[in-house]
Design a binder for this molecule. Structure first.
Ligand code: DOR
Ligand code: ZN
Length: 358
């Protein structure tokens, strides 16, 4: 058994569900799950209820996050059908713009190509644009970004076709970054009979060959991001299954297992989970912030003791070779391997409003 220290991890894709989905997760519970997973900064998605698409909602979300967050939180704004001319003005207080080109949980969606082009053209270069753009949609989105000279970050790449498209565009010099989720690196559609509705997620779990392609093209992948998307077990077992899986507490153990298996180096893990996310999203360093992990000893993931309010994981029963034993944020132990010690409100909200700012 070995103990190693890693920098505080950054997860650029999480759904903390406030406002409107507090029965699934809230800032306090979602950031408890983050620090339990060794993650000290999360970027929170805009498909809440209501969605984060205007100044009033962004400001309201900042207030909620300031009250609840136990680690650092950046807040996304979302592209809608009626904010293409105004959303750019929110960039100073947002970590990035999210554009849902494909449909997923919630109503946020921009699938009109002229509108999508205006959204991409109007967003300032000061913050990234992140797209949910699966399959055949991806090349068209890349084309629009190229036309307007906007760097893009592609969320949750899941198939061979997508990663090969991205690799070719990167090789051709297009400014482009991308992320993959632990669930697409570990699970496939072959797991669906076992998982049932718990395996329902967008993008869907793919074929074993798609998973193999993600590993094969690892050098083209910039980040591992969880797409932590908690729904209650009752919702997942209902007639109308919402897509999404929780992932904050299992991401690092699963990636450390890949290191133990020799599929990934610790340097690659650190790049994918800390340094590249910080660089792509322009995040300031968190001083004296690190994670201590135990590696080597094998155990099975189980659903007991999770911090996420949804209380389940699609990885129950999966054998992993890593465990978080301490998370330290700005010199303070916020997770001791067992208990979360940081109070709600002790985390920082990135790009906050000044006292007298409109
Ligand atoms: O499965 C998903 N669930 N994919 C998404 O893109 C959104 C997410 C959610 O918010 O539940
Ligand atoms: Zn998502």
């Amino acid at each position: 058994m070995t103990r190693i220290t890693l920098p505080g991890l950054i997860d650029v894709h999480v759904h903390l569900r406030e406002p409107g989905g507090e029965h699934k997760e809230d800032y306090a519970s979602g950031t408890a799950a983050a620090i339990g997973g060794g993650i000290t900064c999360v970027l929170d998605m805009p498909n809440t209820t209501p969605p984060t698409t205007d100044a009033a909602q962004l400001r309201a979300k900042h207030a909620l996050a300031r009250r609840g967050a136990r680690c650092d939180v950046g807040i996304f704004v979302g592209a809608s059908t009626d904010n293409a001319e105004t959303v750019g003005g929110l960039a100073p207080h947002a970590c990035a713009l999210k554009i849902y080109v494909n449909s997923t949980f919630g109503p946020l969606r921009v699938d009109d190509w002229q509108l999508l082009e205006r959204q991409i053209a109007n967003w300032p270069l000061t913050r990234p644009i992140v797209t949910h753009s699966e399959g055949d949609v991806l090349p068209r989105v890349l084309e629009l970004a190229k036309r307007h000279a906007k760097p893009l970050h592609i969320a949750h790449v899941a198939t061979r076709q997508e990663i090969e498209t991205i690799a070719a565009a990167k090789d051709a010099g297009q400014p482009l970054t991308c992320e993959v989720t632990p669930h697409h690196l570990v699970l496939t559609r072959d797991d669906l009979p076992r998982l049932g509705p718990l395996g329902d997620v967008r993008p869907r779990l793919a074929a074993p060959d798609d998973r193999a392609a993600l590993w094969q093209y690892l050098q083209y992948i910039d980040c591992v991001a969880t797409d932590h998307a908690p729904h209650t077990l009752a919702e997942k077992h209902s007639a109308n299954v919402p897509p999404g899986l929780p992932g904050l507490e299992t991401s690092l153990p699963l990636m450390l297992t890949a290191v133990d298996d020799g599929r990934l180096s610790l340097e690659q893990l650190t790049a994918l989970m800390a340094t590249n996310p910080a660089r792509i999203f322009g995040l300031a360093p968190q001083p004296d912030t690190y994670v201590e992990v135990e590696v080597g000893r094998r155990r099975q993931i189980d659903s007991t003791g999770l911090q996420t309010k949804c209380g389940w994981t699609p990885f129950a029963g999966v054998e992993v070779a890593g465990r978080v034993i301490r998370t330290v944020l700005r010199g303070r132990t916020v997770f001791d391997g067992d208990r979360v010690l940081a109070e709600p409100g002790s985390g920082r909200v990135l790009y906050g409003y000044d006292e007298n700012e409109e």
